[in-house]
Write a protein that binds this ligand. Sequence first.
Ligand SMILES: C[S@@+](CC[C@H](N)C(=O)[O-])C[C@H]1O[C@@H](n2cnc3c(N)ncnc32)[C@H](O)[C@@H]1O
Length: 311
Amino acid sequence: MLPFWSLAMNDSNFHFSLKEKSKPILKWAGGKTNLLPQLLKIFPVNFYRYIEPFIGGGAVFLSLTKKIPAIINDYNKEVFNLYMGILENPKEIIKNLDRYAKLYSEEFYYELRKNIPSSNYEKIARTIFLNKTGFNGLYRQNLKGEFNVPFGKRDACPTLYEIENFLKVSERLSSVEIFNEDFENVIDKSGQGDFIYCDPPYEPLSQTSSFNSYNSIGFNQQEQIRLYDSCVRASRRGACIIISNSNSKFILDLYKDFEIRKLFAKRAINSNGKKRGEIEEVLIFICEPNLRKFYFNEVKHYSSNELELSM
Ligand SMILES: C[S@@+](CC[C@H](N)C(=O)[O-])C[C@H]1O[C@@H](n2cnc3c(N)ncnc32)[C@H](O)[C@@H]1O
């Protein structure tokens, strides 16, 4: 890795852009597309490598403009396969999607949900098809680890892909390392010059309120503490970390020694339709004080009052 002072001399600001970004291939619970304008304003302007340990639909990663080195990761095997497949052979996935679009019906949806194809590119097309035609763009597994979202009941098959975007995402992935591991292994790879954006399953605001079951294992408070520990270790090695999470008491207590900003997000996925709308969430900044000048081009520390007003 390059030494810190040579990084600071690189002209590597403005890594993200709303205009040039590619779009997520999957609709994903907790997707960050709506929050991007707020996030990009407060992300670091200078870093050598981008790391996203909970990639999901990848809205943030796909707004990176320059082909700087990056690591993306998700514990979900289907998400991992999707990015690998789009990198290796997007046209083969498109071929299968065109075939599935012609077969669109409720019956076909349940048939494909039940029977996983054996070829890898068909499997990836299945992931996209079920995601786009299932109910509300949810990804949910039962305790056996099987995808169990019901049919979305649209009259006609929705657009499954946009060819230009598909090829753009494929091109973007060519300078990226893609992993299918637990977040801790990926965060442990980081060091000075790395910006890590963590968007884990959120700590529920109440026992019934939030969706955070992306897989059959779930993400409990022990996992949140494990994430906290690995981020603190990464910052001691010189990485800069920003974490999204809910504005829950548990999270505010856990990160009480760090800077916390509140954001307001529009969320469509809530089992109770009346509660859909704006949910308060937080961004946590973890960065050694002597490295802030490099990552953010500033040394300012926010007072808690300023943070709440600043958005
Ligand atoms: C909130 S979503 C990320 C959403 C993403 N930022 C987007 O814009 O679509 C959280 C992701 O964490 C993944 N995940 C859950 N547990 C994990 C673990 N232990 N290690 C790595 N990824 C995990 C889930 O599969 C899910 O894709």
